[in-house]
Design a protein. Structure first.
Length: 74
């Protein structure tokens, strides 16, 4: 699975990779057994949202969140 490519010495994450990792983080959040585990999953989600916004724009990052969480805030 190709998860990144190089652009002028930058590493860019592939959209599909970001989407898959975000989905896993949402599942981790939803099935967390403690608040600490929820917090770690939410930090991962926030990091991926930040990467998505930097690489593909805020509209894509918002769409990613909307698709996975349906507008719910976590």
């Amino acid at each position: 699975m190709r998860w990144c490519y190089h652009r002028e010495s930058e590493v860019i994450m592939d959209k599909k990779y970001i989407e898959n990792q975000y989905h896993l983080a949402v599942l981790d959040f939803q099935t967390a057994r403690s608040e600490e585990a929820q917090w770690e999953a939410r930090k991962t989600m926030a990091r991926l949202e930040q990467i998505a916004a930097q690489e593909y724009g805020f509209e894509y990052a918002d769409d990613l969140h909307e698709r996975e969480l349906g507008g719910k805030r976590v």
